[in-house]
Design a protein around this ligand. Sequence first.
Ligand code: SF4
Length: 173
Amino acid sequence: MFEKFRKKSPWILHYNAGSCNGCDIEILASLAPKYDLERFGIINTGNPKQSDILLVTGPVTLKSRERLVELYSQMPEPKVVVAIGVCTCTGGVFRKMYNVKAGVDRYVPVDVYVPGCASSPDQIIDGVVQALAILEEKSKDIEKPKRLFGELTNNSIFTNRREMAKKIKHEKN
Ligand code: SF4
């Protein structure tokens, strides 16, 4: 029953991982009445424990990556990650700078990529609609314990905070 409600009213968490704010403004525009992303039952929440979809903007800086992984690991399954903007997808012009290694998928598994600089509200809405379909598929998997076990095993490299901390420590050295 609870899964049914989640599919009908998914909540999003928006995390700025070092963005110039261009993509963040577009996300807010897409939530505002003109584009009305909220017509899909979506609410922008600040609590990862109540969120189903993580919207990430900006190149993931060395300072923000640990918080990103922490937020991702606090979100309940099933969850979907949407990378908004070329910076988030690949690192963009900041890739391989002193404070940016690469795109967000280096740290958390990404389900939908929305390129563009900045991504426009209609691109963002397209990405979120794709995310809703993926969330529904993942919810079906959750209902099948065997498949869920397989999925958690595949993603364990991202969800295990100790592993991630070790990886980050290794990169610093
Ligand atoms: S993709 Fe462009 S607008 Fe978006 S955070 Fe990067 S530089 Fe800013």
